[in-house]
Design a protein around this ligand. Structure first.
Ligand code: ATR
Length: 278
């Protein structure tokens, strides 16, 4: 073990947090780059009512990086000194960097969608359908709009789709308009459907070759939504890639080193017992 008094501390806070793969992913990456003397990554369960003192403690200890998960992503914004544009527009922070005493909030969740997607398709001007209107959908819509896609948001509760669409200047509708998937170049499930049960919001017949299809659900590895798309010849991206790429960007913000993507991917895939197909 090479941790010393000089090691900079990064940590994830949330409630619950014990299931988090961030410590393992980041510490393995430090080790792979030989910077496990410079950084260490731990976790702390922080109850909702303890967020303020937790952030004060982070500041007082002069820790380096703070990864933020449920239920603190929105609440934490008011305790920070600065927000970057993505955090401001998405209205949530999952990453805080201590920049010489100033706490700067970022949102890297949208990059979890954007980076894997951009490996497959040039997003500009493309038609995208996003299912969902919650937090995951908001990061997704932000990413797509940032890169100039034409976005249609479909949600069970149409009022929520409308609200999100108005914020980003997109179209919206109900789940009954799922046939619009046929015309889309990019199709993303940003709902929790498919996580607990073998269910897909879109049947096979709506997918086709040439589409890129992404699901934010990462258990199971390939949801029915993705399998439906794949069977029709679409290119599919599993949700675990979102988990990976939001962490990659975080790693780079905390350490200023280029992240070892394959090392971090392996941590996730091994944990979930996924076969690495790439
Ligand atoms: P997250 O922050 O992970 O996005 P969320 O904010 O609770 O979680 O959003 C969950 C999304 O999944 C919502 O779009 C929700 O639709 P509603 O806005 O109508 O609630 C969607 N969702 C969850 N269960 C669903 C179901 N059984 N059928 C259709 N949509 C569902």
């Amino acid at each position: 073990m090479r941790i010393s008094a000089k090691s900079k501390v990064c940590l994830i806070i949330g409630d619950p947090v014990e299931h988090s793969l961030s410590p393992l992913m980041h510490n393995k990456a430090y080790e792979a780059l030989g910077i496990d003397d410079k950084f260490v990554f731990v976790a702390g369960r922080v109850l909702r009512e303890n967020l303020k003192p937790a952030v004060e403690g982070f500041r007082a200890f002069n820790f380096r990086g703070l990864t933020v998960t449920i239920p603190h992503k929105i609440e934490i914004m008011k305790y920070l000194d600065e927000l970057d544009e993505s955090a401001e527009k998405i209205g949530a922070v999952n990453t805080v960097v201590n920049q010489g005493g100033r706490l700067v909030g970022y949102n890297t969740d949208y990059l979890g969608v954007l980076l894997p997607l951009e490996k497959e398709i040039d997003i500009k001007g493309k038609k995208a359908v996003v299912f969902g209107a919650g937090g995951a959908a908001k990061s997704t819509v932000y990413a797509l709009c940032l890169k100039g896609a034409k976005v249609l948001i479909l949600n069970r509760t149409v009022e929520k789709a409308k609200e999100l669409a108005e914020e980003f200047g997109c179209d919206f509708g109900s789940l009954e308009e799922k046939q619009k998937v046929k015309e889309a170049d990019i199709v993303i499930n940003a709902t929790s459907v498919g996580m607990e049960e073998e269910r897909s919001l879109v049947e096979k017949e709506y997918f086709r070759k040439g589409q890129v299809v992404f699901d934010v659900v990462y258990t199971p590895f390939k949801t029915l939504f993705l399998r439906n798309a794949e069977e029709k010849g679409a290119k599919v991206i599993p949700g675990v890639e979102m988990l990976l790429y939001q962490a990659i960007k975080q790693f780079e913000l905390y350490t200023e080193y280029e992240a070892p993507v394959e090392v971090m991917r392996r941590v996730l895939y091994e944990h979930f017992d996924y076969k690495v197909e790439k």
